[in-house]
Design a protein around this ligand. Structure first.
Ligand SMILES: Nc1nc2c(c(=O)[nH]1)N[C@H]1C(S)=C(S)[C@@H](COP(=O)(O)O)O[C@H]1N2
Ligand SMILES: [Mo]
Length: 538
């Protein structure tokens, strides 16, 4: 085994063993207590808003994988450096460094918003396993350094001075005179067979523990589906011509699997239905089980959800048929305190969201949703229950995995994203998007079907226009819609001529306001501007 490999291994293997131990402990206790997940969550929370915006817009749904990858890379780099330190004879210091990294994990895990005291345990396990592995491995492999370095290998004392056995083997069993003889032609160098065996055993053990931990963490709870009662107030049947079924055009109903996903959760919370409750704090506190929730009359509505981070023409909008309990029913049961202007909702993982009480109570179909497109909510959508409030961006309305509702005041408490500079009030802005033709598409001259979706939730889309190369605006044909809370498909036939052309679109809502041309970024309350697509006609 080469010197470089041994030096790297002296740090890397303890780090891998620590990760393995930490994941296994988290798998046995609580997935969210994983040191990696806890540190990742803390990094997400501490990342300045512009950086987060950049990450979301650059990496999209891969942002979480990239984050965890970066954390692992930083950890392994630190581990290699600690390995170098250990091989230079500073074993205890290096072990303390490994334990320190574990302690950082414990700090992160213990301070997560939904943390319980037990959550520090996996990081402490990681710290212990990592430090111990480093000491054991370097006891074997520092023995392979030159005799001059032996004295320096245990400078902080406390450990057994190197004997023939300890300097040449990881354990007594693996030491054999033959190996020593083979491995030490120049005397006192690499006991490579036993060394390699110790490294392999540690590596394999770390890998197995990590895999077992991940497997345990991804355990699916006993109940992932609710038996949904029929709605007391069913959705209006979709009018004919709601879905034009143009190839490439977003279907009116977005299947759950195709729905955009935006949240801060590194592991999908999987609340246990047997213990799940919703607490509602008003003038009094009520606590409801799922059976209690399902006993209240359910409404079923078509509502389009949109993320404030959606760029012009972006994909962070989706439409579904939601089933749930009207929020006003629950809030009235708990009693609305005088002066309460914010409904603060909290998820199982401690994310918070502030929704104006006035909006929730103004008669729109704000609900505690338990169903999506005829089934229970999928885990990533907030099973068993989430909030849906037509007309507001998701970060101020759509709490997934919701467990707590509190009637409070904006003056007293701030929610997750508003604490980070995003607007307190965030009604969805009017937007029209061209789905077909796709950008940079090469077309043939003649009639071309241009189609897209437009939304202005709770106000409703009144008109969509399209223009070519800055020419006059042309009225598009609007598809039917069940109401003002959904997006609306539109089409327009273009008589394309050869050349490169720019298609632009804008919508007008039912209050008569035209989508503005001025481009603003999603931060702090949603993007504006017209979506445009450049195409080439042969
Ligand atoms: N618990 C929790 N709920 C959350 C979020 C979150 O980070 N955590 N993100 C919100 C945001 S910003 C949006 S846009 C919607 C997205 O819902 P979806 O992922 O089902 O599309 O969920 C909202 N609910
Ligand atoms: Mo969002």
């Amino acid at each position: 085994m080469g010197h470089v490999a041994r030096t790297a291994g002296a740090g890397l293997l303890p780090a891998l063993a620590a990760l393995g131990g930490g994941e296994l402990a988290a798998g046995l206790l609580r997935p969210s207590s994983s040191p990696l997940v806890a540190v990742g969550g803390t990094v997400i929370d501490l990342t300045p808003t512009p950086v987060k915006e950049f990450a979301v817009s650059t990496f999209g749904t891969y942002d979480k994988i990239i984050l965890i990858g970066t954390i692992v890379a930083v950890l392994l780099t630190a581990a290699v450096l600690l390995g170098v330190l250990a091989r230079a004879g500073r074993r205890l210091r290096a072990a303390a460094g490994v334990a320190g990294l574990g302690a950082l994990g414990a700090l992160a895990a213990g301070t997560r918003p939904a943390a319980v005291p037990l959550d520090v345990v996996p990081s402490l396990v990681a710290a212990g396993v990592g430090a111990l592995t480093l000491l054991l491995l370097t006891r074997a492999s520092t023995g392979t350094a030159s005799p001059a370095k032996h004295s320096g290998a245990f400078p902080l004392g406390g450990t057994t001075p190197p004997t023939k056995d300890s300097e040449t083997s990881f354990s007594d069993e693996t030491a054999s005179p033959a190996q020593d003889g083979e491995a030490s032609p120049t005397g006192g160098t690499a006991p490579s067979a036993s060394d390699r065996r110790a490294f392999l055993v540690t590596g394999a053990g770390a890998g197995a523990a990590f895999a077992a931990g991940r497997l345990l963490s991804s355990r699916v709870p006993a109940t992932t589906e609710l038996t949904l009662p029929a709605p007391a107030s069913p959705a209006r049947p979709l009018p004919a011509g709601t879905d034009l079924r143009v190839p490439g055009l977003s279907p009116f109903v977005t299947p759950a699997a195709d729905f955009y996903r935006v949240d801060t959760a590194l592991v999908v919370p999987r609340p246990d239905l047997a213990t799940w409750t919703l607490r509602v704090h008003g003038t009094r506190t009520i606590e409801l089980t799922m059976a209690d929730v399902l006993r209240r009359g359910l409404i079923e509505r078509d509502i389009t959800l949109t993320c404030v981070s959606n760029e012009i023409g972006g994909p962070y909008a989706g439409n579904a048929r939601w089933l749930g309990v009207p929020l006003p029913v629950l809030l009235r049961e708990a009693g609305i305190p005088a002066g309460a202007d914010q409904l603060l909702s909290t998820s199982a993982d401690g994310w918070t969201c502030g929704t104006p009480v006035e909006v929730v109570m103004d008669g729109r179909d704000a609900m505690l949703a338990v169903g999506m497109n005829g089934r229970s909510l999928p885990a990533e959508r907030g099973f068993p229950a989430r909030l849906i409030v037509p007309g507001l961006y998701g970060y101020v309305s759509a709490t997934k995995w919701v467990v707590d509702l509190r009637l409070t005041r904006y003056a007293d408490e701030r929610a997750y994203w508003t604490e980070r500079g995003w607007a307190v009030d965030a009604p969805i802005k009017t937007m029209s998007r061209i789905d077909v033709p796709a950008p940079l598409k090469r077309l043939r001259a003649g009639p071309v079907r241009v189609a897209g979706v437009a939304w202005a939730q709770h106000r409703g889309v009144a008109a969509v226009e399209v223009r070519v190369d800055g020419g006059p605006w042309q009225e598009a044909t609007l598809a039917a819609t069940p109401g003002p809370d959904t997006w609306r498909q539109w089409t327009w036939t273009w008589h394309a001529t050869s050349g490169t052309h720019t298609l632009e679109t804008r919508a007008t809502d039912t209050t008569g306001r035209v989508q503005p041309s001025s481009r603003v970024t999603p931060f702090p309350d949603g993007a504006t501007g017209w979506h445009s697509v450049v195409v080439t006609v042969a």
